[in-house]
Design a protein. Structure first.
Length: 99
């Protein structure tokens, strides 16, 4: 299994969303992080099992269960890079400027 690394902006998105959920319900931020961790583990086990992003097939996406978030990632030779932890209602592709 390849190591999964979050781009700094994706890590910031993860932390911001977890903090938002935690402010709204005690323990919900931790539950969100657990669900993101589960999605990352699924990607690490089978990185090519998830759909390619329609706009650019170099990237794939996986839904975070229980929460309206999508992880966008790409598989590199030695690692999996998580590019965005995106809310499903956010402007599609906003994270492409990070490449």
């Amino acid at each position: 299994m390849k190591l999964a690394l979050f781009a700094s902006a994706a890590r910031d998105e993860l932390h911001a969303a977890a903090e938002w959920y935690e402010r709204h319900a005690l323990g919900l931020g931790a539950a969100f992080v657990d669900c993101v961790d589960d999605a990352v583990l699924r990607v690490r086990k089978t990185p090519d099992a998830f759909p390619e992003w329609d706009e650019d097939p170099r990237f794939r996406k996986v839904l975070v269960q229980r929460f309206p978030y999508i992880l966008f990632y790409r598989e590199l030779p030695t690692e999996i890079q998580i590019i965005a932890v995106a809310h499903g209602a956010r402007e599609p592709g906003y994270w492409t400027r990070r490449r």
